[in-house]
Ligand binder design. Structure first.
Ligand SMILES: Cc1cc2nc3c(=O)[nH]c(=O)nc-3n(C[C@H](O)[C@H](O)[C@H](O)COP(=O)(O)O)c2cc1C
Length: 182
């Protein structure tokens, strides 16, 4: 209930910030290695329109999940961040930015961490979303918050493997999106 109230209050702020009439411009930026986060990004676009931006790496990780886990584990230990193949040049055009990531090691994937650090989100409304395996969003939002200085950050949403296997994932995301009134 408390979360719902916070969300409604935040949405009031979003509407006020957007001039209470002009349709806000929406960007959906996501990283997806095996398609789960992409599916949520597409669900968001089907509801709100807006532009999709795929966060991509200059040197992509291998398709194999286990190999990626090994490589990312080493990068985390050595504090190595991957290089993006591109950034959003016209971020100023957007009012609302959805940012989607698979959860890696209990937090944002490294490509999404690099993405948020490479852009200035001041004045924007950021809506974090995620997909994960057996865990949950972990410290994703807390960890990207310092790089989102000056942005209004809404409650994160997403789905996990059990929900995808049970077939409840789409309805869960739809229920969250229904509460967003921009
Ligand atoms: C490097 C790596 C680390 C992962 N760490 C976690 C984790 O900590 N918790 C979790 O629930 N799932 C974890 N997963 C599983 C992914 O979050 C999950 O499969 C996600 O839905 C993949 O999204 P995608 O298909 O958009 O790439 C990890 C996957 C990879 C490749």
């Amino acid at each position: 209930m408390r979360t719902k109230i916070i969300l409604i209050l935040l949405l009031g702020t979003v509407l006020a910030a957007c001039g209470g009439g002009a349709k806000p411009k929406v960007l959906i930026a996501y990283y997806s290695q095996s398609g789960n986060t992409l599916a949520v990004a597409e669900q968001i676009q089907a509801k709100f329109g807006g532009d999709l931006f795929e966060i991509e790496l200059a040197a992509p990780y291998p398709a194999d999940e286990r190999e990626t886990i090994e490589i990312v584990g080493r990068q985390r230990e050595d504090n190595i961040l991957p290089e993006l193949s591109g950034t959003v040049e016209n971020l100023n055009d957007y009012d609302i930015v959805f940012i989607g990531t698979p959860i890696w090691f209990g937090t944002a994937s490294l490509p999404v961490r690099v993405f948020v650090e490479a852009h200035d989100f001041a004045g924007k409304t950021v809506v974090p979303f995620y997909t994960c395996g057996g865990g949950d969003a972990g410290t994703y939002v807390a960890d990207i918050t310092p790089a989102l200085e000056g942005a209004t950050i809404l409650e994160a949403f997403g789905n996990n493997r059990a929900e995808r296997e049970a077939g409840t994932h789409t309805a869960k995301v739809a229920e969250y999106l229904e509460r967003l009134t921009f």
